[in-house]
Ligand binder design. Structure first.
Ligand SMILES: Cc1ncc(COP(=O)(O)O)c(C=O)c1O
Length: 418
């Protein structure tokens, strides 16, 4: 359907006019994921200061691996990570952290750090030299924990020696918060590494009204926190934060002689590149740092509270209507509002296999119609024994009550004949 837009690469240069048309077509045929009626993903929006930060970052076109070519960005990263650790509540100034390509990679770092802390020999001798290790995580946790288990040689159905527990602060689908204090008690008792995946919920740490949902996070050994989700920083911007300094470096450093010479004229601890599993590393810090400067901590708080108020508005709007049914009881803890739309043909019908099968087909059908009309976008999915339902999330500060009203009306309009 991309009429006239030729994606094939040419041997000869195209004209500037054609290049501009290509740019226009790229945006024209793409999905407008920054639009205030785009509710499909946790990362959305278009912060204008963040955009300026991204442009400046590309203008500099440097690489985070050494201080010698990215001195300002390295310092900004250090200061921002320190500030994030303070907000978590780690009092020791000597913690650690790094920005990574996303929450999944941040979670992977946490497992690597835990394994290295308890079994440093794994770096040189491999998994055969250590006991069969077990990772614990909940069914609602993000699939990246399981994926990291597979990638790092733990396997997804393996183990005897407990090593690590992942608690999720803001689950991907329900937006639920695990009880961190209770989990931390068990981890302390059995000397296990506690990771808190606050990729999504970490943003609430910026809000005095909502940060109690993360009580106990200061007891974690490591935390994943994605500014590119709830805080609206442009993709990509994800931190892995560690309470203890030195583990990342020990775990990952390979001392490549062409980058990390030991006899540089400056303090080489500013070369952060060997902490990473990457070699080259994109500058993700600047847009975040610039946004923080422009909004202040209070600006992030206002923006996050607004999104939470909007989802509360949605929840209150639909919770008692016969056209909608909530997926779980009680008020959502985050901006996730999970619900079924019940079309007229299924209203009043008692629960049965037939009703469940029919209801399962409703959300995908509405979503398909929604995408054809191009008016709004929201995610759906089944979960455990629940048939397909809509998972609504709000993280775009540009969204308003009228966008929420629109979504509800649109679902009703598209679903009324199903
Ligand atoms: C709780 C949680 N952790 C980790 C991730 C992975 O984040 P990313 O997509 O930035 O890798 C997600 C993504 O939705 C998430 O919800």
């Amino acid at each position: 359907g991309m009429e006239g837009f030729n994606l094939e690469l040419s041997d000869n240069p195209e004209s500037l006019e054609q290049i501009l048309v290509d740019c226009r077509d790229t945006l024209k045929y793409g999905v407008r994921t920054g639009h205030p009626r785009f509710f499909n993903q946790l990362s959305t929006g278009l912060d204008i200061i963040g955009l300026a930060g991204e442009w400046l970052t590309s203008t500099a076109n440097t690489n985070m691996f050494t201080y010698e070519i990215a001195p300002v960005f390295v310092l900004m990263e250090q200061i921002t990570l320190r500030k994030m650790r303070e907000i978590i509540g780690w009092t020791d100034k000597d913690g650690d952290g790094i920005f990574s390509p996303g929450g999944a990679i941040s979670n992977m770092y946490s497992i690597m750090a835990a394994r290295y802390k308890y079994y440093p020999e794994v770096k040189t001798k491999g998994m055969a030299a250590v006991p069969k290790l077990v990772l614990f995580t909940s069914e609602h946790s993000h699939y990246s924990i399981k994926k990291a288990g597979a990638a790092l040689g733990f396997g997804t159905e393996n183990g005897y020696a407990p090593l690590y527990v992942n608690a999720t602060a803001g689950t991907t689908v329900y937006g639920a918060f695990d009880p961190i204090h209770e989990i931390a008690d068990i981890c302390e008792k059995y000397n296990l590494w506690l990771h808190v995946d606050a990729a999504w919920g970490g943003g609430l740490l910026m809000s005095s009204k909502h940060r109690h949902k993360l009580n106990g996070i200061e007891r974690a050994n490591s935390v994943t926190w994605n500014p590119h989700k709830m805080m609206g920083v442009l993709l990509q911007c994800s931190a892995i934060l560690l309470r203890e300094k030195g583990i990342l470096q020990g775990c990952n450093q390979m001392c490549a002689g062409y980058l990390f010479q030991q006899d540089k004229q400056y303090d080489i601890t500013y070369d952060t590149g060997d902490k990473a599993i990457q070699c080259g590393r994109h500058v993700d810090i600047f847009k975040f740092w610039l946004m923080w400067k422009a909004k202040g901590t209070v600006g992030f708080e206002t923006q996050i509270n607004k999104c939470l108020e909007l989802s509360e508005y949605l929840y209150n709007k639909i919770k008692n209507r016969e056209e909608f049914e909530m997926v779980f009881k009680g008020e959502p803890e985050h901006t996730n509002v999970c619900f079924w739309y019940i079309p007229p043909s299924l209203r009043g019908m008692p629960d049965s296999e037939e009703r469940r099968e029919k209801l399962h087909r409703v959300a995908p059908k509405i979503k398909a119609l929604m995408m054809e009309s191009g008016t709004t976008m929201v995610g759906y999915q089944p979960h455990a024994d629940k048939v397909n339902f809509f998972r609504m999330v709000v993280s775009n500060p540009a969204a308003t009550k009228s966008d929420i009203d629109f979504l509800v009306e649109e679902i009703e309009r598209l679903g009324q004949d199903l």
